[in-house]
Structures are given as C-alpha cells and as structure tokens.
Design a protein around this ligand. Sequence first.
Ligand code: HEM
Ligand code: HEM
Length: 198
Amino acid sequence: MRTTTAETYSRTAIVLHWLIALLVLGQLALGWWMIDIPKQPVGLRAWWFNIHKSIGMTIGVLVVARVAWRLAHPAPPLPETLPLWQRTGARVSHFGLYACLLIMPVTGYLGSNFTKYPIKYFGYAVPHWGWDAPVLKELMSQIHFATVIVFMLLIALHLSAAFKHLLISRDRVFQRMWCWPGKTTRELPSDAAHAPGV
Ligand code: HEM
Ligand code: HEM
C-alpha cells in the first residue's frame, strides 16, 4: 500500500519558489541601482531599464505559473505544534507576498505601456497597446514604488521567520521548502513512513 504524507512542498513548488526568490532579490537590487544612473550620456540608463523590464516580465510569467500550480496543489499542513498566531501569520504574509509578486510586474508593465517608449523583451518588441499618458504612467509608478516598500518589509519578515524555524525552533518548517520530496515522505508504505527514524 502506498501513501503520500506530504511533509514538504512539491518539487515544482520548490523549484519555482527558489527561482523566483533569486530573480526577485536581483530585481530589487537592480531597480534601486538603475534609477540613479545618469540620463546622460543616453543609452546606458535605457539599456539597464530594458533589462529590468525583461527580468520583471519573466518573473510575471513565472508567478502566474506558480499561482496556478499552487491553486491546484495545496500547501502541506503546518506542524500541529505551531501556535495559532504563527499559522495565521504565515498564511497572511504568504498571501501578501503573492500579491506583491503579481502587482510588481503588472504595474511595471502598465506604467511602461503608458509612455511613448517601446517595451522590449531582451531585444524583442512586446505589444505596446497603450498611449503616452503621463498621469497613468505616474499612477503606475507610484503603485510600483509603494509595493516595493511593502514587498521588502514582507521579505524581511519572511526571512526572519525562515531562519527562526531553521536555527531556533528547528521544527523542519524550513525543510518543507528546501528538501526534495523523496521516498521518506512520499513513497513508503504507510506503516514504514511512521516508523522511528524514517
Ligand atoms: C517582481 C518584479 C519587479 C520588481 C521586484 C521591481 C522592482 C523595482 C524597483 C526596486 C524599482 C526602483 C524603485 C522605484 O522607483 O519604484 C523599480 C523601478 C522601475 N521598474 Fe520595476 N520591478 C519589477 C518589475 C518591473 C516590470 C515588469 C517593469 C516593466 C515592464 C518594471 C519597470 C520599472 C520602471 C520603468 C522603473 C523606474 C521607475 C518608474 O518609472 O516607475 N518593473 N522596479
Ligand atoms: C525574496 C523572495 C521570496 C519570496 C517572494 C518568497 C515567497 C514565498 C511564498 C509566497 C511562500 C508560500 C508558499 C506557498 O504556501 O505557496 C514561501 C514559502 C517559504 N519560503 Fe519563501 N520567498 C522568498 C525568499 C525566501 C528565502 C530567501 C527563504 C529562506 C531563507 C525562504 C524560505 C521559505 C520557506 C521555508 C517557506 C515555506 C514556509 C512554510 O512551510 O509554510 N523564502 N515563500
């Protein structure tokens, strides 16, 4: 008899989590750095803005895939020993992270769409259906900026929680997003899965 005691996230969820996390951390650093590039001589600033837009659109596509996967594959249940406030905190902050992950690419894309400049995806033109609308562009930029601040606060909280579980509580919550789901959790006969040392 086979059992699926899902103690960790699925392989797809883990790969998407870490790929998106790396891209987002790089994208945040790039975003803050590129806005200080001087406008003269022309070219350098535009080049880095295009890289930022291209990476941002890549993140957007990956996030849509991740959300779709997540809707079809619920998270493994948290350990029952975890206090209610921590479970609620995890649910609320994860929801907030997903919201930021969606709002950032959407506002970036829409803001860029309401300028006269073309949007390029690593050199290839992307449909540009907007028009030159400074008010809309400014609105999107404000939301992009405000979301960056919320996003960074949530990431700081998320990292603190992750390291607290890894180094202080040592309750294997961190490993849910780290360990490859292997035979120990997925494919053992049900009694063996609960035997000591398995
Ligand atoms: C997860 C995805 C993204 C993250 C984390 C991110 C992060 C940032 C950060 C930290 C800044 C500097 C602070 C600011 O001025 O707002 C910034 C600015 C900017 N981002 Fe993004 N960004 C993302 C996606 C995108 C996308 C997809 C586009 C366009 C297609 C884009 C276009 C811009 C532009 C044009 C600016 C310059 C300021 C402005 O005009 O709003 N971003 N971004
Ligand atoms: C910086 C970008 C990051 C973002 C946007 C992000 C986002 C998320 C989200 C949305 C979840 C919830 C997964 C779900 O239930 O569907 C999650 C879970 C998790 N993340 Fe991150 N994460 C980031 C970075 C990190 C880093 C750097 C670490 C480790 C140091 C980490 C450790 C974890 C762990 C351990 C979980 C599983 C928590 C649980 O079991 O409930 N994350 N992350």
